[in-house]
Unconditional design. Structure first.
Length: 137
């Protein structure tokens, strides 16, 4: 499994919505993580190391949102969909930093989570931008 998909470790560049092309909105992976009991700090440290690899490869850090109320997830992580070349650069950077890569990274990651979901999305966009793409007013 791609290192990026495991954690979606390269982040969207800014918290403010950028100007969006009507033809090709950016794709992102939105991941929801529920930490395994007692593993919140370990998971955050693991995510911080993944961000180090992403940044060493020239990609931004993940956007992480911390749960405060509602559903049962602990962290929502938003990252751009990356290319194979970007994934390879992050893997190479991770190896240089001594971070576990490949199948073992997935096993290590799963010791810190109770569950997770990954969803591919287009955006960010406003409702008006989505309607315009649909040919609606």
């Amino acid at each position: 499994m791609k290192l990026k998909l495991i954690l979606a470790a390269a982040a969207a560049c800014a918290f403010a919505a950028p100007a969006i092309s009507q033809d090709a909105p950016p794709q992102h992976i939105v991941s929801l993580y529920r930490a395994a009991p007692g593993q919140q700090v370990a998971l955050l440290k693991w995510m911080a190391r993944q961000d180090q690899a992403s940044q060493a490869a020239g990609l931004p850090a993940s956007q992480i949102y911390v749960h405060t109320s509602g559903d049962s997830w602990d962290y929502m992580v938003i990252n751009p969909v990356t290319t194979k070349e970007q994934d390879d650069a992050v893997d190479a950077a991770a190896k240089k930093l001594g971070i576990t890569t490949g199948p073992r990274a997935g096993i290590e990651f799963r010791t810190m989570i109770g569950s997770h979901t990954d969803t591919t999305t287009n955006g960010p966009m406003t409702a008006a931008q989505i309607l315009a793409r649909l040919g609606e007013k």
